[in-house]
Design a protein around this ligand. Structure first.
Ligand SMILES: NC(=O)c1ccc[n+]([C@@H]2O[C@H](COP(=O)([O-])OP(=O)(O)OC[C@H]3O[C@@H](n4cnc5c(N)ncnc54)[C@H](OP(=O)(O)O)[C@@H]3O)[C@@H](O)[C@H]2O)c1
Length: 335
């Protein structure tokens, strides 16, 4: 399969190349794409050197699949051009996620919504992906009424500039600022811009995307999203109120048997998920599973996952794998 990776030099794009290699996705020709400043530079994929090309040149090469991780405006402008050329686009930005004509997919939750007509498919927000992987099997059993989530998000979620800011600050060097404040030895209760209701865009993404992926607008979600000076992945404190009472042992067993989840929950031996352990892993880790004793039918848990993997690259490649397995890739269509 001819595969274009748009944003191949970025944090997500670099991880995408790694995940495509590891999962042995059948790439017969790689088309790495980045901004004008990177065109002509070389990258290595499966021990071969490839030259970065422009978006325009990549469209002419008519890839079967284009995986975009190059920001919302690039996706908005360029994804329809790829789709019109017959390419199936899987987009990591927020550009298409809430478009009612586009599918928003986490394969463990709703891969079955995909058809051959879907030429631009949205990959959800990283914090949302890891949360819905754990919510879905519990919703199927006990029906979720309300979710209260607070996030502790890694700087890798912001891209290369943010990682540079953190390490510069650690070395006492003045340099690029991805955030309005110092991030080292700090916590910033703002991810993305503020919206009129006082929530940030990241918080609204978690609310709206959860309902869309789960296919259930009755699930109420409220979120506080926070940036912390961590590299390995995102962590979330999640409080879940169900429509009916649950059995704690059954909750554990449901999560242990759900696809893509590893339960790490042994407090007697101080075992719980941490970003250091989730780093460079594909799974969603769940721990601190316990009853919320302040009200009925309510559970507390702690969910950790590598945002560059399940939160971005792995989820996108899993979508491509699903499409390939169902023969849903190919043929030019109107978009
Ligand atoms: N980081 C995460 O955890 C995460 C998770 C889910 C989704 N995402 C989304 O993925 C996207 C990339 O994030 P990132 O963290 O990888 O950012 P990043 O490290 O800043 O990388 C951005 C990439 O986009 C390329 N690019 C920028 N403008 C372009 C243009 N006009 N045409 C073609 N390529 C262009 C850059 O190329 P140059 O090197 O040439 O500038 C670079 O390869 C964003 O939309 C982000 O919201 C990120």
């Amino acid at each position: 399969m001819k595969v274009a990776v748009v944003g191949a030099t970025g944090l997500v794009g670099t991880k995408m190349l790694q995940v495509l290699t590891e999962r042995n996705f059948p790439v017969t020709e790689l088309i790495p794409v980045a901004s004008a400043k990177s065109v002509g530079k070389e990258i290595t994929f499966k021990s071969k050197q490839y030259k970065i090309v422009s978006v325009e040149d990549a469209i002419k090469l008519k890839p079967d699949v284009a995986i975009f991780s190059a920001g919302g405006s690039t996706s908005l402008e360029q994804a329809p051009l790829f789709a019109a050329a017959g390419t199936t686009v899987i987009d990591n930005s927020s550009a298409w996620r809430m478009d009612p004509t586009k599918k928003l997919v986490v394969p463990e939750v709703n891969a079955d919504v995909l058809t051959a007509e879907d030429k631009i498919i949205a990959n959800p927000n990283c914090s949302t992906i890891q949360m819905v992987v754990a919510l879905k099997p519990l919703h199927d059993r006990y029906k979720i009424k309300r979710v209260v989530v607070s996030t502790y998000q890694s700087v890798t979620g912001t891209g290369v500039k943010a990682v540079e800011q953190l390490f510069n600050e650690r070395k006492g060097i003045e340099g690029v600022m991805a955030y309005p404040y110092t991030i080292d030895l700090n916590v910033i209760p703002q991810i993305d811009v503020f919206t009129a209701n006082g929530y940030t865009k990241e918080e609204m993404k978690m609310i709206l995307e959860t309902q869309k992926i789960m296919g259930d607008d009755s699930i109420k979600v409220t979120a506080t999203t926070v940036r912390i000076p961590v590299m390995g992945g995102h962590s979330e404190s999640v409080n879940i109120e169900f429509a009916e009472d649950f059995d704690l042992a059954e909750v554990r067993s449901i999560l242990e048997n759900a696809p893509g989840i590893i339960v790490t929950d042994d407090t007697a031996n101080l075992k719980y998920p941490m970003p250091l352990d989730a780093h460079d892993k594909d799974e969603v880790f769940v721990g601190r599973i316990r009853r919320d004793e302040s009200q009925p039918n309510t559970l507390n848990c702690w969910i950790v996952s590598d945002n560059l993997r399940k939160g971005a690259a792995t989820n996108a490649v899993q979508i491509a794998e699903y499409l390939a397995s169902k023969n849903l890739i190919g043929q030019a269509v109107e978009v």
